[in-house]
Ligand binder design. Structure first.
Ligand code: THU
Length: 138
């Protein structure tokens, strides 16, 4: 799957968002070294703080499927027309969540942060330098 298709998969995932409180649907798509794609979307809750981000849900799904590494690329898509059309970057908790599965497999995934007019490509290690992860607990 190409980067363009991965972004399309994230966009399709965002269509399933449950985001009635923020009205800010987000989609994430993870691509693994074996070609597998795992998607997620944000799932909010009437108790706001319990809401789950798209990236966190995607990583949880991947781990629940038994994946323990091989994370190559992540596409994140937010709603068009909000935030000045700026590319969406994963929130702090999502960076840490992505770091867990990345570090398990020793990869530094490229994050495709999709905006209305451009895509910012940034390595997870740039978004989360000096990260704490599973290797610290070995
Ligand atoms: N959100 C994500 O799904 N991913 C992010 O990286 C940033 C924020 C969600 C959480 C909440 O449901 C909505 O976007 C507004 O913050």
């Amino acid at each position: 799957m190409s980067d363009t298709e991965l972004i399309a998969a994230a966009r399709a995932a965002a269509e399933k968002a449950y985001a009635p409180y923020s009205d800010y649907p987000v989609g994430a798509a993870l691509r693994f070294e074996d070609g597998a794609i795992v998607t997620g979307t944000n799932i909010e809750n009437a108790s706001y703080g319990l809401s789950l981000c798209a990236e966190t849900l995607a990583v949880s799904k991947a781990l629940a499927e038994g994946r323990r590494g091989g994370l190559q690329t992540v596409a994140v898509v937010g709603p068009v027309g909000k935030g000045g059309d700026a590319p969406i970057t994963p929130c702090g908790r999502c960076r840490q969540t992505l770091n867990e599965i990345a570090q398990l497999g020793g990869t530094d995934p490229l994050i495709l942060c999709v905006g209305a007019n451009d895509v910012v490509e940034v390595r997870l290690s740039t978004l989360l330098p000096h990260s704490f992860g599973p290797a610290h607990l070995d």
